[in-house]
Structures are given as structure tokens and as C-alpha cells.
Design a protein around this ligand. Sequence first.
Ligand SMILES: [Zn+2]
Length: 385
Amino acid sequence: MSNELFDFDEILKYSPTDELIVSTYLLVDGARVTKKDYLSELNSMIAKTRDNIEVASGFEKSRQKNIFNTLDRIKSYVGDAYKRENEKTLLIYAGTDSELWKVYKLPIILKSKILVDPKPNTQSLRSLLSNYKKYGVLLIDREKAQIYQIYLGEIREYLAAYISEVPPKVNFRFESGLREKKILGKIDEKLHQFYRTLNENIFDFFKDNKFDYLILAGRKEIINEFKNYLHSYLSAMMIGTFEEEPSTHEHIILDKANKIISDFESDNINHTIDKLINELEPQGFGVLGLKKTIDALIADNIKTLVFMEDYTARGYACPACGYLTLKLQEKCPYCDNTLVNFNDIVDEIVESALNQGSEVLPVKESDKLKECGKIGAVLRYKFQR
Ligand SMILES: [Zn+2]
């Protein structure tokens, strides 16, 4: 089964019916768990869900049976058909009466859980989607231009414009016309109009929230020509260019764009880590290390969470309200429930931060962050010592 990352609409715009939907989040991160681990986690979640349905749901037998069949279907998919790649979390939405079946492979760790509800559980998914930047790639040729959107590592193609669609005769308004004719130089009028149309189309695409950052691609002289037409707002969003022929296959475009994106993102991350360590933490606008990061999280004070991707930590969590702590306490101080010991609470931290609207930056490599406790946060407001 292929990744359906771009196919979120059906889930996000789902209207509840009588049908129950099983939403399964399963942490499959290769740095944290083996296949055996995640299969046994899935089995125990399924067993717990079955118990809850049998004991507490009050559903009729036939309805229960449909749910159990769906859980079996999920179990056999994960056990037999599913092959783990680079994803950190597997997300499955399965209908209990209908054919609804969606599998997403998510690039960030989320807490494993199964929920049975009249609609897909999308809170974590929505938080996750808002955390990821969208990149637009505009591939330009003298005949046509294409826009690609790259999001969560997947590429999607849109048509930007054909030069053949540009009206043959252009009516400039007098004043701007004169100015434009001077810029024109050797570029013929039709091409000039093509670039203008293209700039408008890509700006509409941007206003439509289709990308946060832009990459230009094409032959060097065309990119350089077109840059003069690009809206200043978009120029500021440009993170790079690469040379490419318009007939190139999508996966080559994705590869080249990914190189630019990953350089851009790692520059960003390194900059954030440096600033956190050198400026923000000393000034009280940042924290480093697990204990203080958890305190900031509980105070809803995390603007940006940074953590080493492979970092794991033991701790205790309240199953009811999500309270986290490193030390065992009798009861949750907020809701009096019994705390549960977790081998790894980093996924809980990441998920809570996402749900609080924090930006979350997983870090692949950083000696500086490693030395400073492997986790930290830029704060929303100053931390009182
Ligand atoms: Zn609690």
C-alpha cells in the first residue's frame, strides 16, 4: 500500500454517521522499537480495546463483532502486509461498516493509541500537519511552467501556465507600459506576459496556502529572467534554485528539491539550537534538559520544542490528564489518578507540545544539543527561576 499523505481531506472533512471508525496510532520508529515491540504494543492495545468494548460500550453484539473484525484487520495488516521504512508513526483509519481504510506513514513520533469513535480521531494528525512546512517548486520553461508542492516528503504536481494561453496582444496601461517596455529589452512581449501571468499564478497558489517556501527550477538564464518578475513577497520566501529540464521525471525534481529543503531545515535547526543555548537559556527564555522541558510543557510555555530524534527517557504519566513527571508520586497532582510508568515519555512530550500548538523540531545530529541534555525548548514567556 502506498503512502496516502496527500489524501487527508477525506479524513479531515469527515462527517460523522452511525458508523464507528477505529483510529490507530502506532509508534514504529526504528530508533526506539523493534518490530516485535510494536507488534506486541499493538496486540495489547487491541486486547484493551476489546475489553472496553465488551464491558463498557453497551453496543449490541453485531456492532461489537464489526469492531472486533476491524481490529483483526488492522492486526493482520500491521503484522503481514506492512513494511516499515523511515516513518516514525503508522496511522490507520478503518471503518467498521464501510470500506474506509486509510494508512498514513508519519515522520514524527506520536503516542501509540487506539480510539473507537463515530469519527476519525484527528487531533494529533491536525497538530502534526500544522507543524510541517510546505514547499513549492516552480519549474519554468519558455513554453510552460509547472508548480510542484512538496509536503511531508511527498510531491504533487500542478499546472502553472502555458505560454500558448497568454493573450497575443497585451494592453499595457500607458504609464506602466512605458516602464515595462524598458525592462523588456531582448525578451519578447509574449514571454514577458508569460512571466507576469506566472507570477500571478504562483502568488495565488501561495495565497491559497499551498506553500510556505519557494524553490525555483529551470534553465539558469530563464530563472534569472523570471526572478525580476517575482513578487517581492515571494522573493523573500525563496530558499534556493536548481537547474532542471522541464521534461524531467518527478522523482528527480523531488530529489533535487529535497536536498535544498534539508539544507534549509538543518540550517534552521542549528540556528535555533545555537540561539537557545547561547542566548535564550541564559536570559530565561529557554530551557535545556528533560526536567525543565517537562516543567515548561506543563506550564503551556513551549514555543519550540527541540529534541534528538533518538532520545528516549523513562518517566511517569497520568493516563487521564497527560501530566508528566520524572519522579514517581502517589497520585497525579491535577486529577488524583494513579500515574503509570513509561519506558519512554518522549513521545508523550512531543504529542503534548504539538497539541499545545508548539513548533516541534526533531534533530538528527547536534553535538551541542547532545551535551545540553538532548532536549530543550524555546519558551513563550520568561521562565521565573
Ligand atoms: Zn492527571
